[in-house]
Design a binder for this molecule. Structure first.
Ligand code: MG
Ligand code: MG
Length: 254
């Protein structure tokens, strides 16, 4: 799964290098698709069933689009924030990661939103090495976002990941008594989960667009999304979709 994670990381580096005013979201998606093919990886998002099958290898969501945006002719402009979410499988194992980028220069509140969302993912990764149950991590994630004056999206959650992209358990970025009672899980070595906080500047409420996929905030305010695939090991959490460390190579060996 680490090797898959490196390919996903590489796709994100390439996508990030393209983010600037004037590029279309469709251009970014096409480049990521070619990257996966070049690396012998199978894109996971294309063809995901829905009212219409998802048509692209990335979800690209701009400004008030929270998740599941469909790449296409939309041109990025200065001041946008753009969330790119993608995943692939390699040798039968899956990886899934998302990040949100500023386009050109963004206003201070948008920058704060990006910092809060990447910050709450970093907090979750740290706490995964310190807490024994997910409910305790999720409670602190929600508190962190609240203290920054933003809201956690509750309609969408993270997930277990392995041979398939979406496996049990569900991994919310907030905690309720019902979750603690009925769905909580232990953070034990061998568990691999995709943790993916979605943070809104205003209301947590989202609605789906007529394309059947794109989820937007109901108040039109921006939203950010960061995600990593993370393994719990005997020595703590390992971020499988992080940059290569010494001795690792992006180029998949057979
Ligand atoms: Mg994802
Ligand atoms: Mg995911």
């Amino acid at each position: 799964m680490r090797r898959t994670g490196l390919v996903v990381w590489g796709a994100h580096q390439l996508a990030a290098s393209m983010v600037r005013p004037g590029v279309t979201t469709g251009d970014i998606d096409k480049t990521v698709e070619e990257f996966f093919i070049r690396h012998g990886a199978v894109p996971l998002f294309k063809g995901v069933p829905g009212k219409v099958p998802f048509p692209a290898v990335c979800c690209i969501s701009v400004n008030d689009e929270v998740v599941h945006g469909i790449p296409g002719p939309r041109v990025l402009v200065n001041g946008d924030i753009v969330s790119i979410d993608t995943g692939c499988s390699f040798n039968g194992w899956c990886g899934d990661s998302a990040m949100t980028h500023p386009v050109g220069s963004v206003d201070p509140q948008a920058r704060k939103l990006l910092e809060c969302t990447s910050g709450v993912l970093a907090l979750a990764i740290q706490l995964m090495g310190q807490r024994s149950r997910w409910s305790d991590v999720a409670t602190e994630m929600a508190r962190y976002v609240r203290e920054h004056g933003f809201s956690v999206v509750e309609n969408f959650v993270g997930h277990g990941i392995g041979r398939k992209m979406h496996e049990d358990p569900q991994v919310p970025n907030f905690c309720t008594p019902a979750f603690r009672r009925n769905h909580d899980f232990e953070l034990v070595p061998g568990l691999v989960i995709a943790v993916e906080p979605m943070v809104n500047m205003g209301t947590k409420k989202v609605r789906v667009m007529p394309d059947h996929w794109t989820q937007c905030t109901v108040d039109g305010l921006p939203s950010a999304h960061f995600e990593h695939t993370i393994a719990i090991t005997e020595t703590g959490p390992v971020v499988l979709t992080a940059a290569p460390v010494s001795g690792e190579s992006l180029e998949p060996r057979s």
